[in-house]
Ligand binder design. Structure first.
Ligand code: TA6
Length: 294
């Protein structure tokens, strides 16, 4: 569909507007009466920008590449059906796939909502031999609610991992703390998967960090240098959190990230990573995250 066709079919005056994010990359802008705005790329079904109370809440790399087959660095990449490295491309193929618009609505007094869809393709079947239907439901109001529905439309069972790889914009990585993970089992990917118990309930990020918090509490917060919350994250039916920042070392190996950009974001990613979700034919699984800007 062209931008004009998308706007004719789903556009809604101010609240829902399709546009070319960059040539060949259609996106949609959602606007809520609270003043919050959301920008979503149909490529990857990826939230690129979330404006709340006048401030951009997500990090998008100034070097993000918009080219097919390449993941866009920043916003909220959708990791499915695989987390990390494995038989599929890193973090799976959803974030480099073309999503379709299944519905879009702006109900008075409610949020502005768009539902994006992804099903198997000849390309995905070559990588992952399962038929599936993904629905990503994005609801914008004063907060941002994201729901992911995975359906097994095949005749065989399959299992998958999924994760919402949120890049939270922060004023200075060295000042923020992650609140709410004390006592959680944590796997450190940078020390060979060593598993410990997180002692801190006000966790700083002071070096390259890549940690998986297992069966983590559903509600956590990111606080600023004064200890005041700047984000609240509530996950639903997502067992784990991944905490990531590339710091200086890893940034040097990421062509789509400026050398000091690591200072402006922290990734706190709700997902099902350690335990895969298994679906029998016809079954579906719904998970979600609610992001509250403070
Ligand atoms: O966020 C956890 C992680 O798996 C890290 O290991 C790092 O690779 C990050 O995802 C970004 O991955 P990407 O493929 O987007 O460069």
């Amino acid at each position: 569909m062209s931008i004009d066709e998308l706007n004719q079919r789903w556009g809604n005056r101010r609240e829902i507007e399709f546009f070319w994010r960059t040539p060949g990359f259609p996106a949609v802008k959602l606007r809520h009466t609270s003043g919050s705005e959301l920008e979503v790329s149909l490529y990857g079904g990826q939230v690129l920008s979330w404006l709340a109370e006048g401030r951009e809440r997500l990090f998008l790399s100034e070097r993000a590449e918009f080219s097919r087959g390449k993941a866009i660095r920043g916003g909220i990449p959708l990791v499915f059906p695989q987390f990390g490295s494995g038989p599929l491309p890193a973090h799976g193929f959803a974030r480099t796939s073309e999503f379709s618009v299944l519905s879009a609505s702006a109900e008075r007094g409610c949020g502005v909502q768009i539902v994006l869809g992804l099903v198997e393709s000849p390309e995905s079947l070559k990588l992952w031999r399962h038929k599936f239907a993904l629905r990503l439901v994005l609801s914008l109001a004063e907060d941002l609610y994201m729901e992911l529905v995975v359906e097994n439309t095949d005749s065989e069972p399959f299992e998958f991992q999924s994760l919402l790889h949120t890049y939270f914009a922060v004023p200075e990585i060295g000042e923020i703390r992650v609140r709410g993970l004390a006592g959680t089992r944590v796997v450190d990917f940078l020390s060979g998967g060593r598993e410990t118990i997180e002692p801190s309930n006000d966790l700083p990020v002071t070096k390259q960090t890549d940690q998986l918090y297992l069966e983590a509490p559903d509600c956590v917060a990111i606080t600023d240098g004064e200890g005041a919350p700047i984000f609240e994250i509530e996950k639903e039916r997502l067992a784990d959190f991944v905490l990531w920042n590339p710091w200086i070392e890893k940034s040097a190996h990421l062509a789509d990230l400026a050398p000091n950009a690591y200072r402006g974001f922290v990734c706190l990613e709700a997902g099902n990573v350690r335990s895969k979700i298994s679906l029998a034919p016809g079954e579906s699984y719904t998970s979600a995250q609610r992001l509250r800007p403070i």
